[in-house]
Design a protein around this ligand. Structure first.
Ligand code: FAD
Length: 690
C-alpha cells in the first residue's frame, strides 16, 4: 500500500510538472525544475507558514504534535521517532514541530482530544536551546497570559514531556523540569512521567527507550488507542531524476541552501547558513607523533560575522570519503551514488532535512551523521530489511536486548555501516528503503569550539584550538576517528603541504561541492556565549583550563595583555593549565611568555602535569595549593572560570573551590558549597564545559 501512495505522488508530480512546463509556470511561478515546485507546494511552503499550532493541526488532520527544543539534533531525532511510532503503532496522526516556528499564546485552546509532546534539551548552564528560547520565556514567564481566560488556563491541555540533559551540569534537565512545573501550575494534564535522559551517564538513548514504553501505555489508555502491529511506512518519497545529472546547475552537491547553490551566499550567517571561511593559518600544537592538537585561524573579514572574546565558533564538517564509501557500499548504493534524486515528504508536516534535487553521495557526505553511535531503535527498524534470515534474527536480538546490544556495539565503537557489515558478514543491505535511512540517522551537526583568540586583538580572525579525536580500538585495524577534528586535520595537512598526510585524511572532499571550498575554506558560523571577562579589566580573574579547556583562556589572556599594553590597569590574571608532559602537549608554551612580558607579575601560569612524575598532578590539586590567594582574589570580586571536561574536572574544581572557601573563611563545607552556588548565579563563577 505504501508503494501505491508513492506511485500516486510520483505520477501526480510528473503530471503537475508537465502541466507546469506547458504553462511555462505562469500558474505557480515555476522555476526551471517542475518537480521543485510541486514539492514546495506539497510541503506547504506556498501557503505562508502559520504560527498557530491549533489551526495547523486542525487543517492537516493531526491529533498529536511533537515539539522539540534541540541544539545538537538529538531531541529533534527523538521527536521524529515518536512521531513515526505514534503513527505506526497507534494510528495517531502525528506531526513534528520546531518550537521556534509556533506561538504559544493560544495553547489554552488546544483541544483536549489531542496531545502535545515536548522533547526538550537543556543546553549549557540550564539554558533553553536556541530554538526554544521564546517558548521557554513565554511558558515560564512571570506574567504569562494566554489568549482566553480559561480557569485553569491549560485545563484542556494533555501533554507528554521528555528532557535531554547532562547530570554533570548543575541545572540538570532544568528545561523539562521547569516547563513541566509551569504546565502543572496552569492546570495541564501530563500523561506518563516527565522523562529525563542523562548524557552525563551515557544513558540518553536507554533512558529514552525506557521512558517511552510506559508513556505509550498511559497515552493509549487516556486516548483510547488500540496498538496495532507496526509496519514500516516511509516518511519520504525518493524520486529518481533521470533528466538531471550531477553536473546540472540546479542539483545540490552539498551546498547547504539555495544561496550557496546559486553562489550568492550572504549573511546573516547562522546555524542555517554557514559562511565559507578561508583558513589563513593552521599548525600543530603538540610535539608527539600519535596525538594532534590543531591551532586553526579563519578569516571572517569578508563576511558580516563578528565575535566577542569567549564566544563559540561552529565548524560544519564533511564526512570522510572512506566512511562515505563504506556506508554507500553496504547499502548497495555505490553504483548509484551520483544519480540525482528528489526527496519529498509524503505528508505535509514532515521536513526533508537537506535541499534537493541532490545525489546519494552528497546526502551521505554532507548531511548525515553516518559515523555516530548506532541507535538501538534504528537497529530494530532495519531488522525487517536484513539480507538474510540469520542477519534478521541478529538484528531483532540486538534491537530488543539492551545488554547484548551494548556488548556488541560499544567496545567496537561501531557506526551503522560497521555494524551492518558485521551482522551480515559483508552481504549488502539492498532492501533498506532510503527513506528509513533519512529517518533513522541524524542530520550532520556542526561542532562547536571555544574561540581561542581575543576580539580586541584580532576582530576579523577567529582561532580554534582543537584536539583531534583518534582512539585505538581493540580488535579493530583502523582507529576510531572523530568527524570534525579529522576534517580539520586534513585541511591543515593540505594547507601545510604535509609530506605524509594520513591516508584517511586524504579521502575528505576538501574542495567542497563544485570546488567551492578550494583555497582551503571551511564552513562556519559564530554562536554568542555568556562566558565573558569582567567588563572592568582591573578585576582579578582565575581561570581553570586543562587541555583544550585552555582555548578561551588564551583569548582572555591575549585580551588582558593587550589592555595592559594600552595602558589599562589590569588585575591579577591567574591561569591553571594542565597536560600530560611539558615536552609533549604543553600548548602555547612560548606564547604565555609573551603575555607575561606584557602583563608582568599580573599574569601567573600554574601548571599541572599528569604524567611527568609518578604522582598524577591535576589542575584541581594546584588550585588547592593556591587556596589562600584564590580566596583573596575572590574577596576582591575576582571572577572564576572553568573550561574543558564536564564529566570529571569541572565537578572536582567546584568541590575544591567550596573546600577552599570553607577553610579560608572558617565556614562549614556546606556553607562553602552555598557560596560557590551563589557565585554561579551571580556570574562570578562561569563554566564553558563540554
Ligand atoms: P565526533 O565524531 O563527534 O565524536 C565525538 C565522540 O563521540 C567520540 O570521541 C566518541 O566518544 C563518541 N562517538 C562518536 N561516534 C561514535 C561511535 N560510532 N561509537 C561510539 N562512540 C562514538 N573541543 C576542542 O577540541 N576544543 C574546544 O575548544 C572545544 N570547545 C567546545 C565548546 C563547546 C560549547 C562544545 C559543546 C564542545 C566543544 N568542544 C571542543 C568539543 C567539540 O565540539 C567536538 O565535540 C570534538 O572536537 C569532537 O568532534 P569530532 O567531530 O571530531 O568527533
Amino acid at each position: 500500500a505504501e508503494l501505491d501512495t508513492l506511485d500516486i505522488i510520483v505520477l501526480g508530480a510528473i503530471l503537475l510538472g508537465t502541466l507546469a512546463y506547458f504553462t511555462k509556470g505562469t500558474y505557480w511561478g515555476v522555476t526551471k525544475d517542475p518537480y521543485a515546485n510541486v514539492f514546495a507546494n506539497a510541503n506547504g511552503a506556498k501557503a505562508g507558514k502559520s504560527r498557530n499550532i491549533v489551526e495547523k493541526m486542525e487543517e492537516s488532520g493531526k491529533n498529536c504534535v511533537i515539539f522539540y527544543g534541540s541544539q545538537t539534533g538529538t531531541a529533534e531525532d527523538y521527536a521524529s521517532r515518536l512521531a513515526k511510532e505514534g503513527k505506526s503503532r497507534f494510528g495517531l496522526e502525528t506531526m513534528v514541530a520546531d518550537l521556534e516556528e509556533y506561538d504559544f499564546e493560544n495553547l489554552d485552546t488546544f483541544p483536549n482530544d489531542k496531545v502535545a509532546m515536548f522533547i526538550l534539551a537543556t543546553y549549557g548552564e540550564g539554558e533553553p536551546t536556541d530554538n526554544a528560547v521564546d517558548f521557554y520565556e513565554f511558558v515560564t514567564g512571570e506574567d504569562t497570559a494566554f489568549s482566553e481566560s480559561n480557569e485553569p488556563a491549560l485545563g484542556n491541555l494533555n501533554y507528554v514531556a521528555f528532557g535531554l540533559g547532562n547530570n554533570t551540569y548543575e541545572h540538570y534537565n532544568s528545561m523539562v523540569r521547569n516547563v513541566d512545573k509551569a504546565f502543572t501550575k496552569f492546570g495541564a494534564h501530563r500523561i506518563g512521567e516527565a522523562g529525563e535522559g542523562d548524557d552525563g551517564a551515557g544513558t540518553m538513548e536507554e533512558d529514552f527507550l525506557a521512558w517511552k514504553e510506559p508513556m505509550w501505555s498511559a497515552l493509549a489508555d487516556k486516548m483510547g488507542l488500540q496498538e496495532r502491529e507496526a509496519v514500516y511506512e516511509p516518511v519520504f518519497g525518493i524520486v529518481d531524476r533521470d533528466n538531471l545529472s550531477a553536473e546540472s546547475p540546479e542539483v545540490y552537491l552539498g551546498e547547504p541552501n539555495k544561496m550557496h547553490l546559486e553562489g550568492t551566499a550572504k549573511g546573516p550567517f547562522n546555524a542555517h547558513n554557514p559562511y565559507i571561511a578561508p583558513i589563513v593559518e593552521s599548525r600543530e600544537l603538540f610535539s608527539v607523533k600519535d596525538r594532534n592538537c590543531l591551532h586553526v585561524e579563519v578569516d571572517i573579514s569578508a563576511s558580516n560575522l563578528s565575535y566577542q572574546t569567549g564566544d563559540h565558533i561552529a565548524i560544519w564538517p564533511t564526512n570522510a570519503g572512506d566512511e562515505v564509501d563504506r556506508f554507500l557500499d553496504i547499502l548497495g548504493l555505490k553504483e548509484k551514488r551520483h544519480n540525482v534524486i528528489s526527496v519529498k515528504a509524503l505528508e505535509p508536516t514532515a521536513k526533508v532535512p537537506f535541499p534537493t534535487p541532490t545525489t546519494y553521495d552528497a546526502i551521505v557526505r554532507y548531511h548525515m551523521e553516518i559515523c555516530a553511535p548506532v541507535s538501538r531503535q534504528f537497529v530494530s527498524t532495519l531488522a525487517a530489511f536484513a539480507p538474510n534470515e540469520e542477519a534478521k534474527a541478529e538484528m531483532v536480538k540486538l534491537g530488543s536486548d539492551k545488554d547484548y546490544f551494548h556488548e556488541k556495539t560499544i567496545p567496537q565503537l561501531f557506526n551503522i555501516a560497521g555494524l551492518l557489515a558485521q551482522v551480515s558478514n559483508g552481504e549488502k543491505w539492498t532492501s533498506i528503503p532510503f527513506s528509513a535511512v533519512i529517518e533513522g540517522l541524524n542530520k550532520l551537526q556542526p561542532r562547536y569550539y571555544s574561540i581561542s583568540s581575543s576580539s580586541l586583538v584580532q576582530p576579523k580572525k577567529i582561532s580554534i584550538t582543537a584536539v583531534v579525536e583518534n582512539q585505538m580500538v581493540p580488535g579493530r585495524e583502523e582507529p576510531f576517528r572523530g568527524v570534525a577534528t579529522n576534517y580539520l586535520l586534513a585541511l591543515k595537512q593540505k594547507q601545510n603541504g604535509d609530506p605524509n598526510p594520513e591516508a584517511f585524511g586524504k579521502t575528505y572532499e576538501l574542495l567542497g561541492p563544485r570546488n567551492k571550498y578550494d583555497g582551503i575554506h571551511v564552513p562556519v558560523h559564530v554562536r554568542h556565549s555568556n562566558f565573558k571577562l569582567p567588563s572592568d579589566p582591573s578585576k582579578p580573574v582565575i581561570m581553570i583550563g586543562p587541555g583544550t579547556g585552555v582555548a578561551p583562556f588564551r583569548g582572555f589572556v591575549q585580551e588582558r595583555a593587550k589592555q595592559a599594553q594600552n595602558g589599562a590597569p589590569v588585575g591579577k590574571t591567574l591561569l591553571f593549565f594542565g597536560c600530560r608532559k611539558p615536552e609533549e602537549d604543553f600548548m602555547y608554551e612560548k606564547e604565555w611568555e609573551e603575555y607575561k612580558e606584557a602583563l608582568g607579575d599580573k599574569f601567573e601560569l600554574v601548571t599541572a602535569f599528569s604524567r611527568q612524575t609518578k604522582k598524577k598532578v591535576y589542575v584541581q590539586h594546584r588550585l588547592q595549593e593556591y587556596g589562600k590567594e584564590v580566596n583573596e582574589l575572590l574577596s576582591q570580586k575576582g571572577f572564576f572560570y572553568v573550561c574543558g571536561d564536564a564529566a570529571n574536572m569541572a565537578r572536582e574544581v567546584n568541590a575544591v573551590l567550596a573546600k577552599i572557601i570553607s577553610t579560608e573563611r572558617g565556614v562549614t563545607e556546606a556553607k562553602g558549597e552555598d557560596i560557590v552556588k551563589s557565585m554561579r548565579s551571580s556570574n562570578q563563577y562561569q563554566e564553558d564545559v563540554w
